[in-house]
Design a protein around this ligand. Structure first.
Ligand SMILES: *[C@@H]1O[C@H](CO)[C@@H](O)[C@H](O)[C@H]1NC(C)=O
Ligand SMILES: *[C@@H]1O[C@H](CO)[C@@H](O)[C@H](O)[C@H]1NC(C)=O
Ligand SMILES: *[C@@H]1O[C@H](CO)[C@@H](O)[C@H](O)[C@H]1NC(C)=O
Ligand SMILES: *[C@@H]1O[C@H](CO)[C@@H](O)[C@H](O)[C@H]1NC(C)=O
Length: 351
């Protein structure tokens, strides 16, 4: 404390002592948003102090005047001051405005969506004059040059680029010049980083000369290597049935797609009996040639011993194998020639 201030204080204290019989008011205590106009150190009883709202606040009721009472106090301060509001804000295009409030001292944060760059200030504060400190920023799209093109390849853009600058999200699809195969990402796009997705590679693919299949043959066979997507067709020998697609294709892996399989026919191993095949009931010796193709069905007849009736059981030829149902009993030669009317295929059918 300087000497000057000390002396001043002493002088004030002696003055106060002189009038100490009379109570006076000191500085009124007010909250931060309230100010006292023409502030004095001491107020006489009956003297008024005029209050106002601090910058950034507006009066929201209450009295602006307080009076120093006879007892030397100010009583209750009723002046209410509310923070000023700044104009409401909208999200910038392709961006977001984050805020809790829009009154004096509030801060608003701006962000741009992925693929957009913020041009301007990232935040703005509501000032005491009810105006925002900064204008909202602009979210500008990230740009890329034209896409890189692989050797022996090309790009087909989703839409025609205007000039040689495109914006985030702009895309296309790569193609390799036939017969080269594409390895990598077929789709291309200008990323949020302003670069393009990694372009693919176009490579030559060679598949070895296709090999033969058992019980089959290659149609129009020219034993040679083939390029990507080239096709070869197979056929099956007579009475063999093809399982799988007849054509194979040279794939990216330099391998052929799965070759078909030729499935073998079956013989119906019944010496004496009647069968049902192809909508006809016939004696086995009339089934000529005795041959069932792969996947075909034949029906034999079994005996229900309890009810003395016959019943049909179907069985399927699977690649050369035909399982005769276990219930089937082959009759003796005598029964077959002399008493064929007693066979399960000839007696009444079970209901
Ligand atoms: C604005 O960003 C600052 C700093 O990242 C953070 O402290 C504040 O909470 C944010 N305000 C809003 C309203 O999101
Ligand atoms: C930001 O916006 C201003 C005004 O529109 C412009 O002049 C400036 O080039 C922009 N900056 C960038 C980096 O785009
Ligand atoms: C507001 O933006 C300025 C620069 O524009 C930055 O220095 C400050 O940290 C930001 N404040 C908040 C709260 O994000
Ligand atoms: C694009 O740029 C980003 C950031 O610099 C990087 O992480 C990414 O690997 C780049 N992508 C390509 C395909 O170059």
């Amino acid at each position: 404390m300087s000497l000057r201030v000390t002396l001043l204080l002493l002088f004030e204290l002696s003055l106060y002592a002189a009038v100490s019989s009379k109570k006076v008011c000191g500085r009124p205590t007010v909250s931060g948003e309230v100010e006292v106009e023409a502030l004095q150190r001491v107020y006489e009883p009956g003297e008024e102090a005029v209050l106002s709202c601090a910058p950034g606040y507006v009066r929201a009721g209450g009295s602006r005047v307080i009076i120093c009472t006879r007892d030397g106090d100010w009583g209750k301060v009723s002046l209410k001051c509310a923070p000023k509001s700044c104009p409401p804000l909208n999200d910038p295009t392709h961006g977001t405005a984050e805020f809790i409030n829009i009154v004096y001292k509030s801060t608003i944060n701006y962000t741009c969506d992925e693929g957009y760059i913020l041009n301007g200030t990232t935040n703005s504060t509501c000032m005491h004059d009810g105006k925002w400190s900064h204008p909202p920023p602009v979210c500008e799209p990230v740009t890329c040059g034209l896409a890189p093109i692989p050797i022996y390849g090309k790009i087909v853009y989703d839409k025609k680029p205007v000039g040689d600058i495109v914006t985030f999200g702009f895309g296309g699809r790569y193609e390799c010049l036939p017969p080269l195969a594409l390895f990598g990402n077929e789709k291309a796009s200008c990323t949020a980083h302003g670069n393009w997705t990694v372009p693919p590679e176009c490579r030559i693919v060679v598949c070895p000369a296709p090999t033969a299949i058992p019980h089959g043959f290659i149609t129009f066979a020219v034993k040679r290597e083939h390029g990507y997507k080239e096709r070869v067709k197979y056929g099956c020998d007579a009475n063999y049935v093809m399982d799988g697609a007849p054509e194979i294709e040279c794939e990216k892996t330099s391998q052929w797609s799965t070759k078909p399989v030729c499935r073998a026919p079956c013989t119906v191993n019944v010496k004496r009996g009647r069968i049902f095949y192809n909508a006809k009931k016939m004696w086995i010796e009339d089934f000529k040639p005795n041959r069932l193709l792969h996947n075909e069905y034949v029906v034999v007849y079994c005996l229900n011993k309890e009810n003395k009736c016959g019943y049909p059981v179907a069985t399927q030829c699977i690649d050369g194998t035909l399982k005769i149902p276990e219930c089937y009993e082959e009759p003796s030669g005598t029964t077959y020639t002399l008493n064929s009317k007693s066979l399960p295929s000839e007696i009444k059918m079970c209901p």
